[in-house]
Design a protein around this ligand. Structure first.
Ligand SMILES: *Cc1c(COP(=O)(O)O)cnc(C)c1O
Length: 800
């Protein structure tokens, strides 16, 4: 990548501003500067991208395609500046112009093409793949509207469309010449020719998949890979089919396919469109991979899997398996056996959840409507698979109904993904064990060699270097900059555990980050928080299993304590929340409303003053997370044990020096192993205990309600409105007492409270706390997604 002196960069900026914005430097707004800088970077990215592509073609390496319905990439300006090496020069030029870099970079709209952890993981993975120099590309959908923008009105969540493409998106390039036709619906039948089936399709709806490529820049290594996002358009000269009134209606119906990112799939019409989106992604992508393979490699199609790996991020892209089968058989003329051998050596599947209600299932009838031929292939995969189990695995014969991909006219996508993949991985050690021992135990008995673990990670370039420059400088001052290329070397910081001078500097960095967040909080909510209070943070999607309810119950409990004894001494604490709820998830929205009303009560009560505050930051997204993570001190990771597959928010906060207060769930288990039990605050039931209660019974929430006065008061308050300015929350009340508290909130309550008391005591001893914080940073290198991606590359993708 080219390098620039300050003068050169300034000159270039001046020229770009003139060319692109027809202004002089002096006249520019922050937005003008943002677009001009983006354009400078884009020029360099384009050059490096051409060279990277040529290099991959020349060395004919095996390539990975990472397929995901979500890429939660956030802003790219800062991470592109860091990875191209332009950051320092650009910051300086802006400073000379009297501009604040943060404001200029703040002009970029977040690309919020994902819901939460799963989409953010995909984005971190692309950053690591490029930074480690692997040939790997992302494929997703260019949703016209990303995840909704959350507003809170009188405590309740309102969803607004996320119009992220209102202005030009400077990082994308439309490649109309590489568009692909995706064919939906119609009918498929066959004739027998030369002893093999020839399939014929009729009356299909043709949709044009137009690629928009976004360059993914590796860290100072001249690599630029591609994230290809597909957009749905009407093919040129296509006339509207009969079912549409006119051409306009037809166009709108086609463009809907890439219209919205679905924040949940609980409504019927949404579900059908979502299914079409899935097929749209896999069909356009796999057709492209076949095309590229034929043009770039001088090899027969039978060797496709030697040069291609397709990693599917959860089951959403699983229709890629029958789609590859279809192309290999119907278009390339291979036999079933040949096609199956190639396909089942191409796909690798990452599982993200073990919660039964979250495992994806599609009615046969719907899949037939999207593509009858794809359904035929899935049906055949299932027939052959069940027969093979029957013939070759006598010990599993009585489990065939459990193993079957299709049962009761429903397709189980996770089972299809396991059958059609050569690798199945969980995303944290505990989660991968649960998959093998419980969720997919029968499949594990059948093919143990497929199952493996790849603990998630986060890119330290964005989540430490980008978000927390103060800490980055402190670390580099202490141990040099080797850790940037080799993040496990952060453990060199352990040398400073007992260095009070260093610990003071660490605390000073934290305080500065808290002040920045304090400012953000004030601007967004009008709430004044004490920068010396403990910043206790729970930011993540709102879900019952994540137990934001347990957190707010604790706050109500503290409030009650203060009201009972207004002179009570208490270390000041600020409870910070951020969470979007799926629009149709009623209970989740009720929890948001409860947090707000309790917040109002607590923040306005004179008796409470100076002790606790509650802040809910609306519209939690990647950019907001970049302000929150560096300022967090207690990282709330309190899911019901066994239910959080990994979590990555836990890793971001750990890397920024927060101490985890959490259950032994997901990657918390691995955090605990690394930092030792004196540097983490663990509470609650174990995953074995939770699973045992679920399977054997033995827990009665009502018994706790009857005997624990603290909880009785809190729950009764939900019904009589005493903690919410008279507003009531009977659905939450009944969820716990009539449905027997499925997430074990009452069961874990006492242990949670005691652990908070312990946390506050530790915090009061400044140096003890600072040392805990340091150990967490020092041990966080394992959670760089560079480590995760090296493991995928070695064990699954076989790139090295
Ligand atoms: C990291 C991240 C998540 C995932 O958080 P968890 O605590 O792991 O659920 C969700 N949303 C955003 C915006 C993130 O940056």
């Amino acid at each position: 990548m080219k390098t620039f002196t300050k003068e050169e960069f300034r000159e270039l900026l001046e020229k770009k501003v003139r060319d692109k914005r027809t202004k002089t430097l002096e006249e520019t707004t922050d937005k003008d500067l943002f677009y001009a800088i983006a354009s400078i970077i884009k020029d360099s990215i384009n050059e490096a991208s051409i060279e990277t592509k040529q290099r991959y073609i020349n060395n004919k390496k095996r390539q990975v395609s990472y397929l995901s319905m979500e890429f939660l990439i956030g802003r790219l300006i800062e991470s592109n500046l860091i990875n191209t090496g332009f950051k320092k020069v650009c910051d300086e030029v802006l400073a000379d112009l009297g501009r604040k870099p943060r404001d200029v970079y703040g002009e970029e709209q977040d690309a919020g093409l994902g819901n939460g952890g799963l989409g953010r993981l995909a984005a971190c993975f692309l950053d690591s793949i490029a930074s480690l120099g692997y040939a790997g590309h992302g494929f997703g959908i260019r949703y016209r509207y990303g995840l909704f923008e959350q507003r809170i009105v009188s405590g309740s969540q309102i969803e607004l469309p996320d119009n992220w493409l209102r202005e030009v998106y400077p990082w994308e390039t439309r490649k109309i010449d590489e568009a692909i036709e995706v064919k939906f619906g119609g009918e498929a039948d066959f004739t027998v020719e030369d002893n093999h089936y020839q399939f014929h399709y009729r009356d299909q709806e043709v949709v044009l998949a137009v690629p928009y490529d976004v360059g993914i820049v590796g860290y100072e290594n001249d690599v630029v890979n591609t994230l290809r996002l597909w957009s749905a358009e009407v093919p040129e000269n296509a006339v509207s089919p009969e079912q549409y009134k006119n051409q306009l209606e037809y166009m709108q119906s086609v463009e809907k396919i890439s219209g919205f990112l679905y924040p949940d799939d609980s409504t019927e019409e949404g579900r059908f469109l979502r299914l079409k989106q899935q097929y749209f992604l896999v069909s356009s992508t796999i057709q492209t991979l076949i095309r590229r393979f034929k043009s770039q490699y001088d090899m027969p199609i039978e060797q496709f899997h030697e040069k291609n790996v397709i990693q599917i991020n959860d089951t959403h892209p699983t229709f890629g398996i029958p789609e590859l089968m279809r192309i290999l058989m119907d278009e390339e003329g291979l036999s079933w056996e040949e096609a199956w051998s190639i396909t089942s050596h191409t796909f690798a599947y990452t599982n993200h959840t073990i919660m039964q209600e979250a495992l994806e299932k599609w009615p046969v009838e719907m899949v037939k409507r999207v593509s009858p031929r794809i359904y035929m292939i899935i049906h055949e995969i299932n027939e052959r698979f069940c027969k093979q189990v029957f013939d070759e695995h006598e010990e599993l014969r009585d489990r065939i109904s459990e193993l079957a991909v299709i049962s009761d006219d429903v397709i189980h996508m996770s089972k299809l993904a396991i059958v059609g993949s050569y690798s199945v991985n969980g995303v944290a050690a505990l989660h991968s064990d649960i998959i093998k021992d419980y969720t997919f135990h029968d499949f594990y008995r059948l093919t143990p060699e497929k199952f493996n673990n790849k603990t998630n990670g986060i890119t330290h370039r964005r989540w430490l270097m980008g978000a927390n420059p103060g800490l980055t400088d402190l670390i580099t001052d202490a141990i040099g900059d080797h850790w940037i290329k080799s993040p496990v070397e952060l453990n060199q910081l352990l040398r400073y555990q007992n260095d009070n001078g260093f610990l003071d500097r660490l605390a000073e960095v934290k305080l500065q980050n808290k002040k920045i967040l304090q400012d953000v909080i004030y601007k967004k909510t009008g709430i004044e928080v004490n920068e010396h209070s403990i910043f206790d943070v729970q930011v993540k999607r709102l879900h019952e299993y994540k137990r934001q309810l347990l957190n707010i119950f604790h706050v109500i409990h503290l409030y009650n304590e203060i009201k009972r004894n207004p002179k009570l001494k208490m270390v000041p604490q600020t409870f910070i929340f951020g969470a979007k709820a799926a629009p149709s998830y009623h209970l989740a929205k009720e929890i948001i409303r409860l947090i707000h009303l309790v917040g109002d009560l607590v923040n306005e009560d004179k008796d409470v003053a100076g002790r606790i505050k509650v802040v809910f930051l609306e519209n939690y997204n990647v950019t907001l997370a970049e302000y929150i993570m560096p300022a967090a001190e207690i990282s709330e990771q309190i899911s019901t044990a066994s239910m959080e597959a990994s979590g990555t928010g836990n890793m971001k906060m750990m890397m920024n020096g927060a101490v985890t207060l959490g259950t032994m769930d997901g990657a918390n288990v691995e955090i605990a192993e690394l930092v030792g039990k004196e540097n983490i605050l663990i509470f609650g039931l174990s995953s074995e205990e939770v699973i045992s209660y679920q399977n054997e019974g033995g827990y009665q929430a009502n018994d706790i309600y009857q005997t624990d006065d603290r909880l009785k008061s809190i729950l009764d308050g939900l019904k009589d409105g005493r903690y919410a300015k008279g507003e009531t929350f009977s659905d939450i009340y009944y969820r716990i007492l009539t449905n027997n508290d499925p997430y074990f909130i009452l069961k874990d309550f006492t242990s949670y409270l005691e652990t908070h008391i312990k946390a506050v005591t530790l915090y009061e001893n400044k140096q003890t706390w600072n040392k805990m914080s340091l150990v967490n940073i020092a041990q966080s290198g394992k959670f760089s997604s560079d480590r995760t991606i090296n493991e995928y590359a070695t064990d699954i993708w076989k790139l090295i």
